[in-house]
Design a binder for this molecule. Structure first.
Ligand SMILES: [Zn+2]
Length: 449
C-alpha cells in the first residue's frame, strides 16, 4: 500500500434539511474515484495469481502456494488497509468449517477475509453495504486442487477491485457500514458468501445491497473481439425469496422488473456512470449468465438485495482452464490477460455509487400508489425521519422502460399527485436525497389503494 493523499473529509452527518435542489457534482466521490490506480489493481492480481492455485481445497501448509498462503496474504493486506493514515477500516475474518458436500469431500476449514468501514450514524448502525470478490480459483476439473489455477480474471480481478475500493474509501464518513470482502469457496458452491450472508443476518445486520464483483478484467472476447466500453450488471427481477403477499402485490403492479435487487443494480448504474468516462453499465434483465451463478445469489437466498458486476465479454479459453498450449491455442486465466485500465474504470464507478449510497439518508417507506382508472397517479409514503433528508425524488419510467427516465425533485412531504400521468403506463419510485446529492435507494409502491 502506497501513497494516498487523504482528502479533507467533512462530515455530512447531522446536516439540517435544506430547500430541494438538483444534485451538485460530488467532488468527494470524484476525488476518491480519482485515486483508483490501475497499477495497484495489476499488482494485486499478479500477487494472487502468484500463489499458483487458490483452489479452496488446496494446500494450507505453504507460505507461497495454495489457499492458505493466499488467505494469509489477504489478512496481512487488510491489516495494512487499517493502518493507512486516517483509515477507519476494521479488519475481520469470517472463519467456518464447511460440512462435506457435493464439491467438498470432507469438512474443511475456510475463511472469508475483509475490512469493515463502520457506520457513523447511530440510527443506521445496523444498515450495511457489502462488496465482495472471491479469492478462490479453480482448474478445468472443479475438484482438482493441485494443478495451477491462477484465476487472474476469475476472480483475482474482483478481489483487486474490492481492496482498491477499501483503499480509496478508507476514511470515508459513511452513514451505513460497508463490508469489503474476499470470499472463499465460490467455485465449490458459493460457500463463503452463503456463510457470510447467513452470519450477517443472524447478527441483525440489515444489508441494503450486496455487490459481487466477479470477472471484472477481461476485454478480449472469443474471436479476439475487444470490448472495454461496457460492463454488465446482473440482478434478479423476481425475488427468489418472496412471500405470498409480495407475489400478489408484484402481480397487481407488474413488478417483475422492480425487485430490490434490480433497484440496487439500477442505482449502481445511475450513480456509478458519473465516475468513469466511457464505461456504460448494461442493466442485464436476468439474475446471472445462463445456467451459471455467483456469490450474489447466496445473498439473494437470504432475501438480501444483490447484484453481480462482470465484464461484458468473457473468454472461455481463460476461465476454468489449466494453463496450457494446445496447437496454436493458449488456455488459462494468467495475469497477462487482465486489463487493469478496464478494471480501474469499473472500480471508479463502484466507488462513486457506493459513496453516494453509503452517505444517503434513509429511504422513504410504505409507498402507496393510487389513482388507477383515473388520469392522475397519486403517490403517498411515510416520510423519512432522517434529519439529513433535504428533498425527495420522484422517479418514473414508462412501462416499457428499463431504467428510470425522469426524476422530479420535491420538498420533503408525504404525498404527490402526478397530473396527467396514468398509473398504467408508468412505474414509480420515491427516494430521499441529502443536500450533497447523496440519494437513498428508490422505494417502489408496496400498497395499491
Ligand atoms: Zn468467479
Amino acid at each position: 500500500m502506497r501513497r494516498l493523499v487523504f482528502f479533507l473529509l467533512t462530515t455530512v452527518l447531522g446536516a439540517q434539511a435544506q430547500a430541494p435542489a438538483q444534485a451538485p457534482p460530488n467532488t468527494l466521490a470524484r476525488d476518491m474515484a480519482g485515486h483508483v490506480e490501475s497499477a495497484r489493481l495489476r499488482r494485486t492480481v499478479e500477487r494472487l495469481a502468484g500463489f499458483g492455485t487458490r483452489h479452496t481445497l488446496s494446500i494450507t501448509n505453504s507460505e507461497s502456494r495454495g489457499i492458505g498462503a493466499a488467505s494469509k496474504w489477504l489478512i496481512a493486506e487488510t491489516r495494512n488497509l487499517a493502518m493507512l493514515p486516517g483509515s477507519r477500516l476494521i479488519p475481520f475474518e469470517d472463519r467456518f468449517t464447511a460440512p462435506a458436500g457435493p464439491r467438498v469431500p470432507k469438512p474443511t476449514e475456510m475463511v472469508n477475509v475483509g475490512v469493515m468501514l463502520p457506520s457513523l450514524d447511530p440510527s443506521r448502525a445496523k444498515d450495511a453495504l457489502v462488496v465482495a470478490g472471491h479469492y478462490d480459483s479453480r482448474a478445468t476439473d472443479v475438484m482438482d486442487a493441485d494443478s495451477d489455477a491462477p484465476g487472474s480474471v476469475d476472480d483475482a480481478s474482483g478481489v483487486a477491485l474490492v481492496l482498491e475500493m477499501a483503499y480509496v474509501m478508507a476514511a470515508d464518513h459513511t452513514a451505513v457500514s460497508i463490508y469489503f470482502v474476499a470470499t472463499v469457496g465460490e467455485e465449490q458452491g458459493l460457500l463463503g458468501a452463503a456463510h457470510l450472508a447467513a452470519r450477517l443476518k443472524a447478527e441483525g445486520v440489515n444489508v441494503i445491497g450486496m455487490l459481487a464483483a466477479d470477472c471484472v478484467g477481461n476485454t478480449w472476447g472469443p474471436g479476439n473481439v475487444r470490448e472495454s466500453s461496457t460492463v454488465r450488471l446482473f440482478s434478479e427481477g423476481v425475488p427468489s425469496q418472496e412471500t405470498e403477499a409480495q407475489k400478489k402485490l408484484r402481480e397487481a403492479l407488474g413488478g417483475e422488473n422492480d425487485s430490490p435487487s434490480r433497484e440496487f443494480a439500477r442505482y449502481l448504474k445511475r450513480f456509478g456512470e458519473r465516475y468513469a468516462d466511457g464505461l456504460e453499465c448494461l442493466l442485464m434483465l436476468r439474475r446471472d449468465r445462463v445456467g451459471r451463478g455467483g456469490d450474489h445469489l447466496a445473498f439473494n437466498r437470504e432475501g438480501i438485495p444483490a447484484a453481480r458486476i462482470s465484464e461484458t465479454l468473457e473468454n472461455y479459453d481463460r476461465q476454468h482452464q489449466v494453463p496450457r498450449v494446445e496447437g496454436n491455442r493458449t488456455y488459462g486465466d494468467t495475469p497477462g490477460f487482465f486489463d487493469p485500465g478496464y478494471c480501474a474504470k469499473i472500480t471508479r464507478e463502484m466507488v462513486g455509487a457506493f459513496h453516494h449510497l453509503a452517505l444517503a439518508p434513509e429511504a422513504p417507506r410504505n409507498v402507496r400508489l393510487s389513482g388507477a382508472a383515473t388520469p392522475d397517479a397519486r403517490l403517498s409514503w411515510t416520510s423519512p425521519t432522517d434529519p439529513r433528508t433535504a428533498a425527495l425524488v420522484i422517479y418514473r419510467r414508462r412501462a416499457d422502460g428499463v431504467v428510470w427516465q425522469q426524476d422530479m425533485v420535491i420538498p420533503v412531504s408525504d404525498s404527490t399527485v402526478l397530473t396527467g400521468v396514468g398509473t398504467d403506463n408508468f412505474f414509480f419510485a420515491v427516494a430521499a436525497r441529502d443536500r450533497d446529492g447523496n440519494e437513498s435507494l428508490p422505494s417502489v409502491p408496496t400498497r395499491i389503494e
